[in-house]
Design a binder for this molecule. Structure first.
Ligand code: AMP
Ligand code: MG
Length: 398
């Protein structure tokens, strides 16, 4: 049995060779990982531009009536330079005409006779967005390894990056083991349950920006499990299997992995929920395949994906799991009797900023996680965290 932190280090170090890259159109880039640094091909803004609808003029002239010599809509080149006693009506986003050094908001002016205006209120900033004040041509605007969210989409669009170089999404094969399992569309008989792990894992894989591929349920017999593991390994970069890894009479997975030349790196981790967690690699010298065997208990599967598999998948894509961790105070004390494992506990976060344990009855009670915003850890040796203490919460809602 190894410590959780050591297990995490092992899986991360095995993912050191990132996947190849490909190009996708900007409209398909959400959630992908950038495969290259992105530089800007132009200054942003590309010219001094008006931040207001108003009149472009000279600060020195604000006390006198100003003759309006031109109207400058956004997207048009000003034709006339501003001389003493002159101004041009200008729209937000339009280019500042030569000679002007400020824009007076239209609300602060009054129209006079014969095409003149008067400035009624002088205070306020120049209302000019200066050329290159956001980004300079040649600047790196986004770094390789960045996960693309809507804000990055805007940046990529601004600098003309379409198509976008992104890391190939790993295909993550998902399969379940267990004679008691039926698919969600089926009605279980009295000794059966529905397979929830596979669908949950596929959703977690997809949320992490990877490509899930579901291979179905393997009955608990060595031939079937062997056949399905072979197929999943052949057709995926990473295989996630749930169930069959503990020490029950029908748990054959570790042996089958060895037959399939998967090099097992660990089989047990001092973590709760969890403990039997198998991780192995195949052909690690040649790009490689990776295998995670997770306990069948739904909560274990859920948590271990979030804290172990997800960081691995991000590393495989040349990134890191950029999900937020926040520090928050506990509403009620947390206590436990056995302190020999790192324990992960689901918590909900209330609008007063306090976190509270989400009650769950045990590893099968996945429904409890529908109310959880985050996960906190109780380290080995810690029996209690007192009410009001600060805890670090891994937010799991993105
Ligand atoms: P196992 O790790 O195979 O011994 O399974 C532990 C527990 O998790 C048992 O109660 C199983 O019925 C349950 N379980 C295993 N696989 C799944 C699954 N795919 N979906 C829901 N529950 C499961
Ligand atoms: Mg089983």
């Amino acid at each position: 049995m190894i410590y959780f932190d050591d297990a995490l280090q092992i899986v991360l170090s095995c993912a050191s060779a990132p996947l190849d890259s490909e190009e996708v159109s900007l409209t398909r880039a959400l959630g992908r990982i950038l495969a290259a640094d992105i530089t800007s091909d132009m200054d942003m803004p590309p010219f001094d531009k008006s931040a207001m609808d108003g009149y472009a003029c000279r600060v020195a002239d604000l006390d006198r009536p100003l003759k309006v010599i031109e109207t400058i809509p956004a997207g048009y080149q000003p034709r006339l330079a501003i001389s003493q006693g002159e101004c041009s009506k200008i729209m937000t986003g339009a280019m500042i005409p030569e000679g002007a050094d400020c824009v007076v908001m239209v609300e602060h002016t009054r129209e006079e006779e014969d095409g003149f205006i008067r400035v009624m209120k002088k205070d306020g900033p120049p209302n000019i967005s200066r050329r290159a004040e956001d980004i300079q041509q040649g600047d790196t605007v986004l770094k390789r390894g960045t996960r693309i969210t809507p804000a990055e989409i805007a940046d990529l669009a601004s600098v003309g990056c379409d198509p976008v170089p992104v890391v190939r999404r790993p295909v993550v094969g998902v399969l379940a083991t267990g004679c008691e399992l039926v698919e969600p569309t089926q009605k279980p008989n009295p000794v059966q349950i529905r397979n929830s792990n596979s669908y949950q894992l596929c959703a977690q894989v997809e949320r992490a920006g990877c490509l899930p591929h579901y291979f179905g349920i393997a009955e608990d017999n060595p031939e079937t499990i062997d056949r399905m593991i072979k197929q999943a390994l052949a057709e995926s970069d990473v295989v996630l299997l749930s169930g069959g890894v503990s020490m029950g009479d029908f748990d054959f997975v570790p042996e089958i992995l060895e037959h399939n030349k998967v090099e097992i790196k660990f089989r047990k981790v001092a973590v709760k929920p969890g403990k039997p967690v198998v991780f192995g690699t195949l052909d690690s010298s040649r790009g490689g395949k990776y295998f995670f065997g997770l306990p069948g208990n739904p909560v274990s599967t859920f948590v271990l994906f979030e804290v172990l598999v997800r960081p691995f998948l991000f590393r495989l894509m040349g990134s890191s799991d950029q999900r937020l961790r926040i520090t928050a105070r506990l509403r009620k004390s947390l206590k436990r009797k056995k302190v020999d494992r790192m324990e992960y506990i689901p918590v909900s976060l209330a609008s007063d900023g306090l976190v509270e344990r989400v009650d769950y009855h045990g590893s099968a009670h996945i429904h409890a996680y529908t109310g959880a915003h985050g996960i906190i850890a109780l380290p080995i040796g810690v029996a209690e965290i007192k009410e009001g203490s600060e805890v670090s919460v891994l937010l799991i809602s993105s």
